[in-house]
Ligand binder design. Structure first.
Ligand SMILES: C[S@@+](CC[C@H](N)C(=O)[O-])C[C@H]1O[C@@H](n2cnc3c(N)ncnc32)[C@H](O)[C@@H]1O
Length: 343
C-alpha cells in the first residue's frame, strides 16, 4: 500500500460523513475507508490511476475540475507542483460544507512541510501524524471559500518565432508558463513529416500538436496525455489559436502508447521522464518499443517517430533495435532530436 494511505489508515477515527479523496493512489485505501464513512468519492486527474480506481469503486471522476457536489471532508494527496496544490486547496475548499475539514497528506521529500503552510489561509491547521516518511495535516475551515474557475488559473504565452503560436498552460502541466528548451528545438525540426494522422504523444499544453495543426490543417492531429490538466490546457490552447475541435482534432486520455491509434503518419513527442515526484522512463521506453506498431507502413506512407530528449538519455540504441536505425536531426542546449522511420 502507498505509504500515504498507510498514514491515513493510522488515523481512521478522524474520517466521517461524505469524503472526497483527491489525487489518491489506486490501492486498497478506498476499501479500508468505506465502512468508516457515509460516502466516498475519488477524484483523479491521472488516467492510469483513474482507470485502476474504476475497478475498485463506481464513484470516480477523471477531470481537471473538482466534482460539483459538496462534501463534509476532503483528503488531498499532495501533488508535485506548488501551483497545483494551491489550485486543489482553493477549489476543494469551495466544495466543502460549512465546518468542513481539509486534510493534506504527502511525503516529506515531496514537500509536505512547505505545503502545510499553503493550508493556513483556510483555517486552523494541525499536524495529525508523521510516519512512513509522510505527514498528515488537518485544517478546519474558518469560513466559506469562493470558487475560482479553472480558466482563471491558466497562463498564456505567445511563441513569436513560431508563427505567434499561443500556448495556454495550467498548474501542474509540464513547463507551466514557458516553452521548454527541448520542445523549442523540436519545433524547429518538424519539416518533411509524412502524410497521414499525426500524434502528439504526451501533449502537455498542446504546444507541438497546435503547431502541427496550424502547419498542416488538412491532417488529423491526435493529442494524447495521461493528465487531465494537460488535456484541459490543450483545449484552451486550441481555442486560443482558433483551431476548431472538429473530426481532425482528437484529444485522447491515455495510459501510454498502447492506448494510441494505429496507422499513424507520425508520432511526435517530447516524451515524459517523470511519474509524480519520481523519475520514470517507463512510458517513454514503451513508446520507443511499441511505436512501430502504431505507425503506417503502406506503399505511400512510411510512418515516422520524431522525438526530442535529453542528450544523456540512452534512447538511440532502443530506436536502433526497433527500427533498425536512428537518425539525429539536430542537437543543442543538452538535447537531441531523433528520427526513426518504419521500413
Ligand atoms: C516532457 S512533457 C512534454 C509536454 C509537451 N509535449 C511539451 O513539449 O511541452 C511529457 C508529457 O507526457 C505526459 N505523460 C506522462 N506519462 C504519460 C503516459 N504514460 N502516457 C501519456 N502521456 C504521459 C505528461 O503528463 C507530460 O504532459
Amino acid at each position: 500500500m502507498d505509504p500515504r494511505s498507510e498514514v491515513i489508515l493510522r488515523q481512521l477515527s478522524f474520517f466521517k460523513g461524505s469524503v472526497l479523496l483527491a489525487g489518491l493512489p489506486a490501492d486498497q485505501l478506498i476499501h479500508e475507508l468505506k465502512p468508516q464513512v457515509s460516502s466516498l468519492f475519488a477524484w483523479s486527474w491521472h488516467f492510469g490511476d483513474y482507470s485502476a480506481l474504476t475497478q475498485l469503486s463506481s464513484n470516480c471522476h477523471f477531470s481537471a475540475e473538482p466534482p460539483e457536489q459538496q462534501f463534509d471532508q476532503a483528503i488531498i494527496f499532495l501533488p508535485k507542483s506548488k501551483e497545483l496544490t494551491d489550485y486543489l486547496l482553493q477549489r476543494i475548499a469551495s466544495r466543502l460544507k460549512p465546518q468542513g475539514e481539509l486534510f493534506l497528506v504527502g511525503e516529506k521529500r515531496a514537500g509536505i512541510e512547505r505545503a502545510a503552510k499553503q493550508l493556513q489561509p483556510y483555517g486552523k491547521t494541525l499536524k495529525l501524524d508523521s510516519a512512513r516518511h509522510c505527514q498528515l495535516w488537518q485544517c478546519n475551515l474558518s469560513g466559506p471559500v469562493s470558487d475560482k474557475p479553472l480558466a482563471e488559473w491558466a497562463k498564456t504565452f505567445v511563441l513569436e518565432p513560431f508563427d505567434q503560436l499561443k500556448v495556454v498552460s495550467l498548474p501542474g502541466v509540464f513547463s507551466h508558463g514557458h516553452l521548454d528548451m527541448g520542445t523549442a528545438l523540436l519545433l524547429q525540426h518538424l519539416d518533411k513529416l509524412p502524410k497521414g494522422d499525426l500524434l502528439d504523444f504526451g501533449c502537455g499544453a498542446g504546444v507541438i500538436g497546435c503547431f502541427l495543426k496550424k502547419k498542416h490543417p488538412q491532417q488529423t492531429v491526435h493529442f494524447m496525455d495521461v493528465d487531465a490538466f494537460a488535456l484541459a490546457a490543450t483545449r484552451f490552447s486550441l481555442a486560443a489559436n482558433q483551431i476548431n475541435e472538429d473530426d481532425t482534432v482528437q484529444l485522447i486520455a491515455g495510459r501510454g502508447i498502447a492506448d494510441a491509434p494505429h496507422n499513424l503518419g507520425a508520432i511526435i513527442s517530447n516524451p515524459p521522464f517523470h511519474q509524480g515526484i519520481r523519475t520514470s522512463y517507463q512510458a517513454t521506453e514503451d513508446l520507443l518499443n511499441q511505436a512501430v506498431s502504431h505507425l503506417d507502413n503502406t506503399r505511400k506512407v512510411k510512418g515516422e517517430l520524431r522525438i526530442v530528449a535529453n542528450s544523456f538519455l540512452k534512447y538511440p540504441p532502443l530506436l536502433q533495435n526497433r527500427f533498425g536505425h536512428c537518425h539525429t536531426l539536430a542537437q543543442g542546449h543538452g538535447f537531441h532530436v531523433y528520427q526513426a522511420i518504419r521500413s
